[in-house]
Design a protein around this ligand. Structure first.
Ligand code: NAP
Length: 502
């Protein structure tokens, strides 16, 4: 990629010997870090949040230079990352994620029932790969790092070669926080690598116990396959691309085709379309209201100027994937931006195809990462349902529908629920709230394990596994499971959720 030269000149690829050293240190640090209380882990996360919050403007300037993202967007993303760290620290301390369960003994039962207590414990060192489009929130001190630290796992970040300087500055903030909390230095490590060999060496290292990844399908699947080919396979939580389908139901379309088109023109082109939640597919039933929508969307798109993309590699990939999609039989261009693009700019484009063409051509199901969306014109409601049944797993799916539309199309509602992680009604998929109820992750290929989320504090559970303690005296039990509940966490005691002592 275009940044390889910079990375090679400024930050050399980590060698196998260096990776071995980093992993050995992380493994040793794990033995100490996993014993820290949830309060100490939360304190570390808050120290990182404070460091990031108070970072000098140079961080934003560096990120602007490396990513072409505008200042306001980067400031917002930094604030979101600070919030993420603080809110996951709060959740870490509240302890619901530990899933503490206590079933007390019953010696009078025949056979006697033992005392059994269960909680989640950390997996071990976690390797984190961030994405180029979120240099803060899904990168060095992003969601995966925060979740792994909360779970009690040391973190090794592979810097994204598209923003190595930004990553280096953020890594410095994390190192400083670790030092300030007087914790072992190797709880956090940061390595560079422009070649896939660095990623492979990290994923296949015996001391790596889990991987967090945000990026393309090809990248995530490569790491997932390496992890599964290991002598000891390990979990890879890869959040990958998605086309985030949107169904326009007839009642809603009849009511507000033009308003929906305006709303969607904004969502499709937000951040030059460089969001994993970008709506890349819009599905409706052929007819006057759909034509009105397509015309209005085309009019909007013509007025939106191209924007500079994250890096030349992403701009090139957008051009190639867009050309491939537009080159498919039965795909026609509806509209493109009326403004000519400068170098590395992504041109907003809307295309259209029939439902039949979509059903018969898997190329049309692929993500075109950028300001592009394909409108599918179905012959009837039955074909809309067929489309829903054929689409692969998605991060999000949206219905634009009236209440009556929902009641009239319950098969479609069920089919759509089956393929997505977040099911949106009458809104746009771009914008992912950081909160406990958020699900960011969907059935494969949206992510490698649709049972988990990468946004919201439930993401901590990805990096932990359950252990049952049977017959342990109170004095030897972990604090989380002691009779007195010294950490004051929520626990399920004999099937009742409570903070009470036993
Ligand atoms: P990317 O090219 O997959 O890069 C992500 C990271 O993975 C980089 O560090 C990259 O290193 C590494 N990587 C990629 N392919 C690899 C391979 N075969 N072997 C080893 N390492 C590999 O993704 P991106 O271009 O930064 O981001 C854009 C993509 O991310 C889009 O598809 C978007 O939808 C997706 N995304 C998903 C989410 C989500 O939450 N699901 C969020 C944001 C973005 P190199 O740079 O050295 O290749």
């Amino acid at each position: 990629m275009a940044f390889t030269q910079k990375v090679i000149s400024m930050y050399k690829d980590a060698t196998v010997a260096e990776i071995n050293e980093v992993m050995e240190k992380a493994w040793k640090a794990f033995h100490l870090y996993r014993k820290l209380s949830i309060r100490q882990r939360a304190a570390l996360m808050r120290a990182i949040a404070t460091g990031l919050d108070q970072s000098p403007d140079a961080l934003i300037q560096t990120a602007m230079q490396e990513t072409n993202l505008p200042e306001a967007r980067l400031r917002n993303e930094k604030a979101r990352t600070v919030f993420q760290l603080n809110s996951y620290a709060d959740a870490c301390e509240r302890g619901e994620w530990l899933e503490a369960r206590i079933d007390t003994a019953n010696p009078d039962r025949n056979p006697p029932k033992p005392d059994i207590r269960k909680m989640l414990v950390p997996l071990g060192p976690v390797v984190v790969f961030g994405a180029s489009n979120f240099p803060f929130a899904y990168s060095t001190a992003g969601g995966d790092t925060a979740c792994a630290l909360a779970a009690g796992c040391p973190v090794i970040v592979k810097a994204h070669p598209a923003h190595p300087d930004t990553s280096e500055i953020v890594a410095g903030i994390i190192h400083e926080a670790v030092k300030q909390q007087q914790l072992p230095e190797a709880i956090f490590a940061h390595v560079h690598g422009a070649s896939f060999e660095v990623g492979k060496a990290l994923v296949t290292h015996p001391y790596t116990k889990a991987v967090g990844f945000t990026g393309s399908y090809l990248g995530g699947k490569a790491l997932f396959d390496w992890a599964n080919q290991r002598k000891e396979p390990i979990p890879v939580f890869a959040e990958m691309g998605s086309i985030n389908p949107v169904w326009l139901l007839p009642g809603k379309l009849q009511q507000s085709a033009t308003d929906i088109a305006k709303m969607y023109a904004g969502s499709i082109t937000l951040g030059v379309g460089q969001f994993c939640t970008n709506p890349g597919l819009i599905i409706g039933v052929e007819g006057e209201p759909l034509q009105q929508f397509i015309t209005a969307l085309g009019n909007e798109i013509r007025q939106i100027a191209p924007g500079t993309m994250l890096h030349p590699g992403i701009a090139k990939a957008y051009e190639e994937k867009k050309s491939t999609a537009l080159g498919q039989q039965e795909v026609s261009t509806v509209a493109k931006s009326a403004t000519a693009p400068a170098a590395n700019q992504g041109v907003p484009v809307i295309a259209s195809a029939t439902g039949k063409a979509f059903l018969n051509n898997p190329v049309l199901h692929q993500e075109v990462f950028g300001p592009y969306s394909l409108v599918i014109r179905c012959a009837d409601a039955a074909e809309m349902l067929q489309v829903a049944e054929k689409i692969e797993g998605q991060l999000t799916a949206t219905l634009m529908a009236t209440e009556q539309d929902m009641l009239d199309n319950d098969d479609l509602v069920e089919a759509v629920k089956n393929i997505c992680g977040r099911f949106i009604l009458n809104s746009v998929p771009t914008g992912v709230e950081v909160c406990l109820a958020m699900q960011h992750g969907g059935p494969f290929p949206a992510s490698t394990d649709g049972r988990f989320t990468s946004v919201g504090a439930d993401g901590i559970k990805r990096f932990a596994r359950p252990v049952s303690f049977q017959g342990w005296p109170d004095s030897l039990l972990p604090a989380e499971l002691k009779n007195g509940n010294p950490l004051g966490i929520w626990r399920t005691v004999n099937n009742e959720v409570t903070k009470n002592t036993l």
